[in-house]
Design a protein. Structure first.
Length: 168
């Protein structure tokens, strides 16, 4: 098996958990790049192993596959800075924050990336194995995500202001 291939056990576990979370066989198949019938077979195989006691599903497993599902649906997890240090959050969680707080997080994260003398190397793909700029790459991604959220909030506020001004 090459390093790009996914083991049969992981495919079984993923197919089982993701279908249990409500994804269709077709959706799982699309994400795993396999046929829907294979998804059914994999999920059934894992279910039978569970029933036979050959494998044990834990809360950790469920949470892991829940996170995989979120990311597949576009809800990315980002690492960002605030005045209290580094934090991790889902984009959907950040979307709930108010504009001023999002702006302070955006500025702190942008300043962190901007202060690194090695930031010019962020435009190049990371090296295989250890990436000394991994944190910078994560924070840079967060700056983009938070910038998009701020734009959404700004557009939303402009739209509400227009509606308010249009009322007689």
């Amino acid at each position: 098996m090459s390093s790009d291939e996914i083991s049969e056990e992981v495919l079984e576990e993923g197919a089982y958990h993701l279908t249990q979370m409500g994804l269709t066989k077709e959706e799982v198949a699309s994400r795993f790049e396999i046929q829907p019938e294979r998804v059914r077979s994999l999920a059934e195989s894992y279910r039978s192993k569970l029933e036979a006691g050959k494998v044990h599903a834990s809360e950790f497993d469920r949470v892991f596959w829940e996170d995989v599902k979120k990311e597949a649906e576009g809800d990315v997890k980002v690492t960002f800075l605030s005045d209290k240090g580094f934090h991790h959050a889902w984009k959907s969680e950040l979307r709930k924050l108010d504009g001023p707080l999002l702006m302070s997080i955006y500025e702190a994260s942008r300043d962190f990336v901007g202060a690194d003398p090695n930031q010019k190397f962020l435009d190049y793909p990371p090296p295989k194995g250890y990436d000394p700029l991994a944190m910078d790459r994560e924070v840079r991604k967060a700056v983009e995500v938070i910038g998009d959220l701020l734009s959404e909030k700004w557009e939303g506020q402009k739209g509400r202001a227009r509606k308010k001004a249009a009322k007689p």
